[in-house]
Design a protein around this ligand. Structure first.
Ligand SMILES: [Zn+2]
Length: 559
């Protein structure tokens, strides 16, 4: 169990914030003392306000829910207010929820929060930094009068997520949603297949890189958007200026220096320095993290994973890429020395384009074909089209896509009717099935995820094949159990610690880089979010005059 103390900060009717005017202020409703779930409000002097991200706090799902104990879709506001994973719509954030959800939940909500209303909306926009679930995962519950703002790449990613995510997940209902609880003329309950079923489209503004200016009249801030380096393309930071008080705020979103687009983060920081912000709201993910020994102890590797140690063994994405090439070369040399051919399996975040690119480059250098799971393949294809990777369209042709067995398991088109990603690649000439990999294991490097482990029974990798773990460590009990199961599966095929490898670098700033960034930007005040240990900030070497602000959840602070 993590973050028990921070739950004491859950908002309730007793600590309603006081609405003030003529000043610019900040209030944090999610992302304090925890990684993710960012929900930050900036209120302008004229009383109108914006959200910076509106993410989902994964710890709630991890601690209370399960695959078969899901969040109740129809009671989500009633449940969210009681449990704390959605903030109560008090003064500053009044009226923020979808009218259909509110109307259906109102009576129950009033049993616990008698005076709570969902009117007098003051929030005009939600500015999305990037499309990770801990930044966008609760937007689906927001009032459609709140417009969405994001970079152009993020808008394409939102469309991708809408197409390929199952309905009911945190990535659905963001661009549009079907109004719940609709009744037809005969009193019957309508569903999305019903005639005249009402769909609401949210307004979305997609900003080009380095946009500067007004959003629309209703927004009380002037906005600038800066792309930054992160483990997901399209990530951006915002510069905001209250049109009345001229107070300036910089919000970093998630960022780093050590991916393939370090130049973006550098450009952002030098612009932020010249912007002279009154407040810098920065991520602090890696503050106070216990990072594992360097290099990790291979003998104790499995136990280290279970013990929740972090393996930021590699400082940069280029270092990860070199390590991948080394591991793949190792497998080739074994083959040359007369060992039977081995397959290389790997696990990584499916939308980490930098990492997929590293696997592509490493495979290319060692004459192996990269085989991706359908969703990663489609995502990478989109990123190639959008110029978000150095892989050219011609090079992308070298990548294969794995078609798993579904439905009756006979590879007929009908087997994939419920699987939009498999359906999309069903006729793709780069498609590959388990049998071909089984027959030529030394030709391929195949992506594996927890949810396609049963495909191993079709692929049947040779004993002693390699597995590369290329993702962050399991953070939760649930993830540790999954990791345990994955290792059990590998063990069936005699993939044991001697052929298990680790190659990963973080999507976030190191504490040293964070320190340098703050020194350079030199804001008047600083607020650390997206961090389990924001208190460590005071141990960094920062100019004395920078004031560190530490608001409690939902408390409005004047900037
Ligand atoms: Zn992120």
């Amino acid at each position: 169990m993590k973050n028990r103390e921070s739950r004491a900060n859950r908002p309730n009717v007793a600590n309603l914030t006081v609405h003030s005017t003529q000043t610019t202020s900040v209030a944090v409703y999610g992302g304090l003392n925890e990684i993710g779930g960012n929900k930050i409000v900036l209120k302008a002097a004229d009383g109108r306000a914006i959200f910076l991200d509106f993410g989902f706090e994964f710890r709630y799902f991890n601690d209370y829910f399960d695959e078969f104990l899901p969040i109740r879709k129809t009671q989500v506001l009633f449940d969210g207010f009681q449990m704390g994973f959605l903030p109560l719509p008090d003064h500053l954030i009044s009226g923020i929820y979808r009218p259909d959800l509110w109307a259906f939940n109102e009576q129950q909500i009033h049993e616990i929060f008698p005076y709570m209303k969902n009117d007098s909306l003051k929030i005009t926009h939600v500015l999305i930094s990037h499309c990770h679930g801990d930044h966008i995962g609760s937007i689906r519950y927001l009032n459609p009068q709140i417009s969405l703002v994001c970079g152009k790449i993020s808008k394409s990613i939102l469309k991708f997520l809408e197409t390929y995510s199952k309905s009911g997940t945190m990535f659905s209902d963001i661009l549009r949603y079907g109004v719940r609880f609709q009744i037809d003329e005969k009193g019957g309950r309508m569903n999305k297949k019903s005639k005249n079923f009402q769909i609401i489209w949210r307004k979305i503004y997609d900003l080009p890189a380095y946009y500067q200016g007004d959003l629309e009249e209703t927004c009380s801030f002037e906005v600038q958007f800066f792309p930054v380096d992160h483990s997901l393309p399209g990530a951006g930071a915002y510069f905001l200026e209250d049109k009345i008080t001229k107070k300036r705020i910089v919000y970093t979103g998630d960022l780093r220096f050590h991916g393939r687009r370090r130049d973006l983060t550098e450009k952002f920081i030098s612009a932020a320095q010249n912007f002279h912000p009154d407040l810098l709201i920065t991520e602090g993910t890696r503050l106070g993290r216990i990072e594992a020994a360097n290099p990790p102890n291979q003998d104790n590797f499995t136990q280290d994973i279970i013990d929740n140690k972090e393996f930021n063994k590699f400082a940069t994405e280029n270092d990860v890429c070199k390590e991948l090439a080394r591991i793949i070369r190792l497998a080739r040399e074994e083959n040359r020395e007369g060992d039977s051919p081995k397959l290389i399996l790997f696990t990584c975040a499916g939308r980490d384009t930098n990492r997929l690119e590293s696997f592509f480059l490493a495979c290319k250098s060692q004459n192996r074909s990269l085989v991706l799971l359908p969703k990663s393949y489609l995502f990478l294809k989109l990123m190639v089209q959008l110029g978000q990777t150095e892989i050219s369209e011609k090079e992308f042709e070298e990548i294969r896509v794995f078609l798993p067995k579904k439905g009756w398991g006979v590879y007929e088109a009908k087997d994939y009717s419920r699987s939009p990603d498999c359906k999309a690649i069903y006729n793709d000439s780069h498609q590959i099935r388990a049998q071909e990999i089984h027959q030529n294991p030394s030709k391929f490097c195949l992506q594996l995820s927890f949810y396609n482990l049963t495909d191993l029974l079709d692929i049947r990798p040779p004993a002693g094949s390699h597995w590369i773990r290329s993702e962050s460590e399991p953070f939760t009990d649930e993830a540790e159990i999954k990791m345990d199961k994955l290792l059990n599966w590998l063990d069936i095929f005699q993939i044991t610690p001697s052929t298990i490898h680790n190659a990963h670098c973080s999507g976030h700033l190191s504490p040293e880089d964070l320190e340098k960034m703050i020194q350079t930007i030199n804001p008047k005040k600083i607020l650390v979010i997206h961090s389990e240990h924001p208190e460590i900030l005071s141990k960094l070497s920062l100019p004395d005059k920078i004031e560190i602000i530490t608001p409690s959840k939902g408390k409005e602070m004047v900037i």
